[in-house]
Ligand binder design. Sequence first.
Ligand SMILES: Nc1ncnc2c1ncn2[C@@H]1O[C@H](COP(=O)(O)OP(=O)(O)OP(=O)(O)O)[C@@H](O)[C@H]1O
Ligand SMILES: C[C@@](O)(CCOP(=O)(O)OP(=O)(O)O)CC(=O)O
Length: 873
Amino acid sequence: MVNKTTSDDPSTKNPFASSAATSVPIPSLYLVARYLPAQKTRRRLPSHPAGNRHLVADGEPPGPPAVASLPVTTMAADAKVYRATTSAPVNIAVVKYWGKRDTKLNLPTNSSLSVTLSQDDLRTLTTASCATTFGADSLTLNGELFDISGARTQACFRELRARRANLEAADPSLPRLSAMPLKIVSENNFPTAAGLASSAAGFAALVQAVAILYELPDSPSQLSLIARQGSGSACRSLFGGYVAWRMGSKPDGTDSMADLVAPASHWPEMRALILVVSAAKKGVSSTSGMQQTVATSGLFQRRISHVVPASMDRMEQAVRGKDFSTFAEVTMRESNSFHACCADTFPPIFYMNDVSKAAIRAVESINAQAGRTIAAYTFDAGPNCVIYYLNENAPAVLGAFSTVLGNVTGWKSSDSIDSVVKLDEATACALKDGVGRVIMTSGDGQKPPHAAAPTRGAVRPVAGWLRLLFEVFIPVGFPASVSSDYAAYQTYDSLQAFFSTINSLLANRALLEGLGVGDANSSATFAMILTVMKDATSRISTILFAHRFGLMIEADAKTYRFLADVLNDAAFFLELYSPFLGPYGKVVALCTGEAMRAICGVAAGASKAALSLHFARRDNLSELNAKEASQETAVGLIGLVAGSALVQLVQDRGAVLCLVIALVMAHLWMNYKGVRCVQLTTLNKQRASMIFACYRKQGVVPSPRQVAEEERILFWNNATTNAKGAPVCRVDFGKSYTDAMGPEGSRDKVVVVDGPMHTSFIHPYAAGRLGKIKILLWERAEAKHAILAWFMAAQRASAMDESMPHGYGGEEGARHRCEADKGRQESVKHPGARDEALWRQLEKRGWDLEAAALEPGDAARLCADLTGKQKAE
Ligand SMILES: Nc1ncnc2c1ncn2[C@@H]1O[C@H](COP(=O)(O)OP(=O)(O)OP(=O)(O)O)[C@@H](O)[C@H]1O
Ligand SMILES: C[C@@](O)(CCOP(=O)(O)OP(=O)(O)O)CC(=O)O
C-alpha cells in the first residue's frame, strides 16, 4: 500500500508537533509509507498552529505512525526521499536490568521483565527518512540536533543497514536505501533522560522506524537484538504487554533478546500512576551508573546470582497467574534491591530523593489500610515513582494520592476517585511539595507497528487484516479510552445504519418516481419546482428546529437521538407513497418528508455530539467522531450492496411495503436498544427525579447503569408523586419571574420559599389539579445548586395532598415536618435533599455534578436589587 505524497498533502503536516510534554493520542491507522520527490520536501511545511519548534531544517516532522513501505518504480532513485514513521511505548521494569557483562554489545548481567505502558500517555514518535541528497546521518531529538557519533546509535544504524543490504543483494530491483544517509526526527512526549525510560522508547522507535523504511522482514525479537545495542531496556519496548529480556549466554549476544511473557490483553486491568518528581536530566546516567555498580558493589554480586533469578521466576508466574499480590511484592523488592545496589556502589549513587521515599511510605500506608497489597511502587534510575495497581483498586489508590495532589496536572476523570485511604501528614506534605505532575496510564501498551513489510501481492495473514480493521474502526486505547457503554451502543448504531441504508434506497426509488421519473405525464419543470420546494422546506426546517430545540438536545440526548430516527422513518413512508398521490399531494408529502429529514439531521447530529462527549474518556472526542463516521460509512457501504440487490429483487408494491415496514421496525428497534444501553452520567430532569425518588425510598443512590435500565426514552411523566403514589405536582425551572409566579389572579396562593442559591414558587395542589413548583436560581448559582433545588422541590412536593396543598413548602407542611421530626429518632428520619450521604453517594456513583443538564434553554436568574427585593433578569 503506497501513499505517494508531496509536502502539499495535508497528511504530511505533523499532527503531533506540539510541546514535548503534550500527550496526543496516536492514530492507529498505520498504513502510511511515503516517497517524496526530494525537491518538494525542501519546501517548508506550513507552520503548526502551536508553533513549529519540532519542524526540522527540511520540514520533516514526524508524521503519523506507519508500518509498511513499498518500492517506488516510477522515479529515478536519487530524486526521492524515502520515509517511514512509527511510535514506540515506554516500558517500566518490574525486574530491573542493572549491569552489563559486555558494554560493547550491551549484554546484561541479568534477565529483566517489564510492563509496557500505554502509548496514549507516553510515547516516542519517530520518522526515519533517507535520500541520496541528504548530507549525512542525523538525529533530531525534541527539536534539537543530537549527537549520533556514539557507538550505540552507530551500532543500530550499522546493523539495520547490513540487513537492508542483504535484501538489496537478493533483489537488485530494490532501491539502494542502505547506501543513503539517514535522517531521524524524534519526539518524546514525556521527560527525556529523567528515569522514565526515554532511552527504551527512543531506541525502539528508531530501530522500528528504520526497519519499516528498509522493509526488513525481521520479527520483534530479531529487531530487539538491534534495539538492545542502542539501549538495553529498548529491546523490551518492541513488544506490548508483559515482556522479558532474556540475558542469554552466547558471547556474541545473539541469544540476548526480548520475548513476550503475556500480551496486555491477558491482564488488562493493570494500571500505572506516575508521580513526576523531577523532569530534569539525571546526574548519573543509567549506562555509567550501572557499570560503577558492577565494578564496586558487593551486594550486586548476590543480586545477579540469587535475587534476580528468583524474582524472574516469581514474576513470570505472578503475571501468568494474574496474582497481583506476588507481582507487587516482587516489584517493590526488585526496586529496593536495585536502589540498594546503587547505594552500595562506591561512591554511592542516589537516584531516589525524599519525595520518592514519601511515595514509598504512601504506598505502604495504602496497602496497610487496605489490609492487603493493592499497590506497588518502583523507581528506575531517577526519583520519579511508578505505582502499579489494578483497576478495581483505583478508588483506594488514586483517591489516596489525589486527595493530597489534587491540584497538580495529569489527573483524568475523577469518576472513581474516592478518598477512603488517608496519608499521614508528613507523607502528604512531602508529596505536595515534591510532586509536580502525575501521569495516569495503563499497562495496555501497544507495541510499535510491526516492521515486516508485505511484498507486493503477498497475502496478509487473517490476524493482520483483523487487526487492521480493528485499528481503522475502533478508537485507540479501546476499551480504556472510551466509556463502558461505547461498544454496545456502536454495535446497535451500526446495525441501525445498515437497515436505514437499505430503507433509503427503497425510498430513493420512490422519491424519483414521485418526482416524475418514468411518468410520461410529468414534466421536467414540475420536477424542478418540487425539488426547489423540498430544498427550501428542508433549509427552513433546519433553521427553525435548531433555533427552537438546539439547547434542549444535549440534556435529553437519548430521546432526541431516538426521535431523529422515528422522523427519518416517517419520512421514508411519505416518500414511498408519494408516487401514488396527485401533484398537490406529492408536493405536500415530499416537502413534509424533507422537513422531517432535516429535523432528523439536526437532532441526530446534536445528540450524537452529546453522546460522543460522554463516550470520550481520554480527550479523544475528535477521534471518536472520526471513527464513528468510518464505522457508519463502512456499514452504509455494506447496506448499499445488500440494498441494491433487494431493490432489484423486490419490485412489487405490496412486497415493498412489507419490506419497508420490516426494515423500519428493525431500524427503530436497533436505535431503541442503542440509546437504552447508554449510561449517561449527567443529571437531566428525569434522571435527577429517578435518583432522588430512589434515595428517598431506599436511602441509596442508584448507579448510572441502574438508572439507564429504568429510564424512559419517550413519554416520561414528569409529575412528582406523593407518599400515597398519587401524582401531585410538576416541578420545573421558571423562564422568568412572571412565569414562576403565574397569572396575576392566582398569585396570592403562591408560597415563595428561599433555598440555597434558589427560590421556589409553590403553586398549590387541589383535587383534580396538579400543584406546580417553579424554581428560579439566583445569580452565580452553579450546576450543583440547580440539582439541589430540584431535589428540594421534589421533597416539598412529595408531601402534597388536599390537607397540605403546598407540601412541605407551606406553613402547615413545615409544622407537620417539625412535629414528625420531633417524634422520630435521628436514625429513622426520611432521607432528604441536603443529606451529606446523598451528595457523597452521588459522587461515588460517578454522577456528573458539574454539568448543567437540568436547565436546558435560556436560564433565568434571580438577582437582588439595592432595596433587597428580588427580581428576575
Ligand atoms: N526519542 C529518542 N530517540 C533516540 N534516542 C533517544 C530518544 N529519547 C532518548 N534517547 C536516548 O536515551 C538517552 C537517555 O537515556 P537514559 O537511560 O539516560 O534515561 P532514561 O531512559 O530516560 O531513564 P531510565 O533508563 O533510567 O529509565 C538520551 O540521552 C538519548 O541518547
Ligand atoms: C533502571 C533501568 O531503567 C535501567 C535502564 O537502563 P538503560 O536501558 O537506559 O541502560 P543502557 O542499556 O545503558 O542504555 C532498569 C530497567 O529498565 O530494566
